[in-house]
Structure formats: C-alpha cells, structure tokens
Design a protein around this ligand. Structure first.
Ligand SMILES: Nc1ccn([C@@H]2O[C@H](COP(=O)(O)OP(=O)(O)OP(=O)(O)O)[C@@H](O)[C@H]2O)c(=O)n1
Ligand SMILES: C[C@](O)(CO)[C@H](O)COP(=O)(O)O
Length: 219
C-alpha cells in the first residue's frame, strides 16, 4: 500500500497576527512545520510527504531547511486560495492508489499512534477522521444540546486515494471546512476515530504558549 500525507500550509494565518507566517514560527527551536513533517516520517519511514505552501514562500522554506539541516524528503506543491483548493493541488500530484492523510501543517503534536491508526482504519473502511469529545457544554443557536452528540474534528483526515480524488471532483462549496465535509458530500461514510487534546491547531497567539508547554511536557 502506497502511503501519502498532504500537509496543508497554504493559508494566510490571519488570526495569528504575525508577520512571520505561523507555520514558520519556531517552537523549541524548530519551525512548526518541521515538527509536523517529522511526526509523519516517524509514523511511516516510507511515507510520501507532499507539502502545500504559497508559492511565494518556497524560497524562504528552502532557506529554513538549509538553516535547520532539515533533510526529511518532501514534494512542494503550490497552495490555493482556500483550504479546499490547497488540498486539491496536493491531491493532483498523487498518481497511484493508496492511502492519503490530509493534515494541517499547524498541528505539530499529532501522535504517531494516531497517524498509524488513521491509516489502518482508512485502509479497512475507506475513511478515518480524527476527533475528540467536547469538554465544554454546547449550545447551537442558543439552545443547549446533549454534548455527548458532539465531536470536535481534528486532522489527520485519512482516505483511500480513489475516494478522496472522486470527492474533490465537485465544485467548492462554502460548507467545506475540511476534507471530511467534501468526502461526505460525495456520499461516502465518515468513520471517526479518537484524537487527542494535545493535537492543537496553532491558530491564535496564545496557542504558541500552549505549544511550548506541550513540547516541554513531551521532552
Ligand atoms: N488557502 C489555504 C487556507 C488554509 N490552509 C491550511 O489549512 C490549515 C488550517 O487552516 P487555519 O489554521 O485556519 O490557517 P489559516 O487559514 O492560514 O488561518 P486563518 O484562518 O487565521 O487566516 C492551515 O495549516 C492552513 O495553512 C491552506 O493550506 N490553504
Ligand atoms: C480541518 C480543521 O482543522 C478540522 O478542525 C479545521 O476545519 C480547519 O479550519 P480553519 O478555519 O481552516 O482553521
């Protein structure tokens, strides 16, 4: 089975309000994105890594790789104007069947166990999407709902290549907030697997402080 991971890092990171794109900010002395790529390489030595970045960041990324002696092999692909377009660009370079995980470049603390489980479940059932329970009470349009019915969705979101490629033939909809929503729209069942509260998405400035704490805890 061929294994791929599309690491999407083509966004603008507006909520981080940082001049340096958030995927390049160093935590524990290494850019966020390198931590993420390393996790996937540790999960599977033979994985094919596809890194989606805005093309005007390619040169800077190469400089960072040299500076940090970063030698994890990966293919660079140009980002799009939305997460959907970035994912689609990443998929376009995959030419064989197999299993592909799509993962936010800014979720550097995904565990190798979760990555491996997502590949196993996707191989068996076609799809595997990482999620956690809500620790908070939840209201929808002001109405309290049973939080046992709520799952907070993370990445990786892992699929048989043929399934996700078929799903991405659709036009983009504003309801597509992740790859699972695209695949579900195409009629495929989404299998949720257990994620981790450590698998944070670095989105706003305080997430960088959490990131340093998580790194120290895991050291
Ligand atoms: N056009 C886009 C938009 C988002 N992403 C990626 O999707 C992941 C999750 O998105 P998010 O954290 O929201 O990143 P941004 O869209 O960059 O952030 P913001 O919404 O704050 O601008 C990130 O790794 C981001 O780089 C992408 O590859 N291409
Ligand atoms: C894909 C995702 O991380 C799952 O929780 C999330 O939907 C990304 O959303 P964002 O608005 O692009 O951060």
């Amino acid at each position: 089975m061929k294994k791929y991971a599309i690491i999407v890092a083509g966004g603008s990171g507006s909520r981080m309000r940082s001049n340096l794109p958030k995927q390049f900010i160093e935590i524990g002395g290494l850019p966020v994105l390198m931590h993420t790529l390393i996790r996937f390489k540790e999960a599977f030595a033979d994985i094919n890594l596809i890194l989606v970045l805005p093309d005007n960041q390619f040169d800077f990324w190469e400089e960072l790789c040299q500076k940090h002696h970063f030698t994890v092999a990966h293919q660079l692909v140009k980002g799009g104007n939305s997460r959907f377009q970035s994912g689609k660009n990443g998929l376009s370079v995959i030419e064989t069947d197999g299993i592909v995980a799509v993962h936010d470049g800014v979720r550097p603390f995904v565990s190798t166990d979760i990555i491996r489980e997502s590949f196993e479940v996707a191989q068996e059932k076609g799809t595997a999407v990482v999620s956690v329970a809500s620790k908070d009470s939840v209201r929808v349009n002001g109405q309290a709902i049973d939080r046992q019915t709520v799952r907070l969705i993370q990445t990786p979101q892992t699929f048989q290549v043929s399934i996700i490629k078929k799903a991405f033939e659709t036009e983009e909809l504003s309801t597509f907030t992740d790859d699972a929503s695209v695949v579900e729209f195409a009629g495929f069942e989404i299998n949720l697997i257990e994620g981790s509260y450590e698998n944070i998405k670095i989105t706003t400035p305080e997430d960088l402080e959490w990131a340093e704490i998580i790194l120290k805890r895991n050291a």
